[in-house]
Design a protein around this ligand. Structure first.
Ligand SMILES: Cc1cc2nc3c(=O)[nH]c(=O)nc-3n(C[C@H](O)[C@H](O)[C@H](O)COP(=O)(O)O)c2cc1C
Length: 151
């Protein structure tokens, strides 16, 4: 399973999640291997079952959304030993910054020893439809890379 964990409180974030999902379906050998959940609904067992993760969150108040932080809080220790090396990608939707969220996710996933396989994508500033293409490529790259054994 390749799991997209997406917090989508706005229409634009939903578009980004849809594009990540569509890209991953396109990149995967078996589209049935792609699944998507909200962070509040994602359990440690979901992460255990994942061969790769795509994370999507807005930046709010200089940090990832509380829902995404809750996800990390719940899964951190349960998956710490078992999921080292888990390939993952990140997209942050940031109205004007994104650095606090990038730093926090980097710190947490360094602790988890997960493997960031593409640079963190920050969809920053006023909305741009190009963000949707970036999300699509990111999802596709993750799934294709995993299925090709590159990641
Ligand atoms: C309470 C609140 C705090 C926010 N704080 C930040 C912030 O610290 N940095 C930032 O880049 N954007 C911030 N934003 C903007 C959000 O990132 C942006 O509204 C969100 O990603 C949704 O974007 P969208 O309107 O294109 O869907 C904040 C938005 C809200 C509502």
């Amino acid at each position: 399973m390749i799991l997209i964990v997406a917090h989508t409180p706005s229409p634009n974030l939903t578009r980004l999640a849809d594009a990540l999902h569509a890209g991953a379906v396109e990149g995967a050998d078996d589209p049935a291997q792609i699944s998507r959940k909200a962070p509040l609904e994602t359990s440690a067992d979901d992460v255990r079952a994942a061969r790769g993760l795509a994370l999507l969150t807005p930046e709010n108040l200089g940090y990832m959304a509380g829902a995404m932080k809750d996800f990390f809080d719940r899964v951190y220790y349960p998956v710490l030993e078992e999921k080292q090396g888990l390939p993952f990608v990140v997209m942050i939707r940031a109205g004007h910054d994104g650095t606090g969220t990038s730093r926090a996710i980097t710190t947490i996933t360094t602790g988890l020893r997960w493997k960031l396989v593409q640079p963190i994508a920050v969809a920053k500033g006023a909305w741009d439809d190009a963000f949707v293409d970036d999300a699509h490529v990111l999802g596709q790259t993750l799934a294709a890379g995993i299925d090709a054994g590159v990641y």
